[in-house]
Design a binder for this molecule. Sequence first.
Ligand code: PLP
Length: 283
Amino acid sequence: RTVYLNGQFIAENDAKISIFDRGFMFADGIYEVTAVLGGKLVDAEPHLARLRRSLAELALVLPLDDDALLAVHRQLIARNALCEGLVYMQVSRGAADRDFLYPPADTPLTVALFTQDKAVLDSPLAKRGMNIIGLPDMRWGRSDIKTTQLLYACMTKEQAKARGADDAWLVKDGWVTEGTSNNAFIITRDGAVVTRELSRALLPGITRGALLALVQEHGLQLDERAFTLEEVKNAAEAFVTSSTSFIYPVVTLNGQPIGDGTPGPLTQRLRRLYIDHALAGSV
Ligand code: PLP
């Protein structure tokens, strides 16, 4: 496959970066992931807006405007003949002598993009639903920034796998924050769609945002508030949202069924609504 590295499209085996890269040393960087359907980017605009926000929060100055970034995404999709999958964009503060202090402002950032083929529409987990476990959220206090500091997500996903589950929902002070790589939703027995309000404790998911707009458009009841694992256990349905899954039903928590333990009807309706939105809104 072809990747993009610092202005060039090259074979992935030829793409090399310094051992002094601050992404490697300190996870000093951010990333963005955008889904691709029919060779087009899904919700490109809010993904670029979030990328800008992540860069600004870390005082990273990227010398590429949105049009240039979109062009790089599209060229990579074309060169890899990507029809359905993902484009990852990684940005680090670049290579410099090891020092916590940021290097001089003229130090070039490291910018890399790569694609992944993935059957997003026809995924087995979309049909079967996910089994999740609850685990403590021990991440840092700025989970709203999409940084490359993902070790705790790796550790918790490993723990979930070791316990025979697909993923974990993270809990802080008794309240669910989000999944390891997705936003967490429940549907109450009276039909309200519930997801935690945005704060520094969770990532402002692009799929979450698009889905909330659809929920309101279709006159469904929406409750943006935190919830507990106890409420998940007693919910009618549960699901996650992310660019890599769109919407996956969640069918068990800690081995106990949620609702009747199969993908819920409203969850499946929301997945279809989201996919229609994604197909219509891709560019
Ligand atoms: N929460 C976390 C921690 C994530 O890593 C992700 C990204 O995949 C999400 C939520 C979902 O965000 P998005 O819908 O923008 O992919």
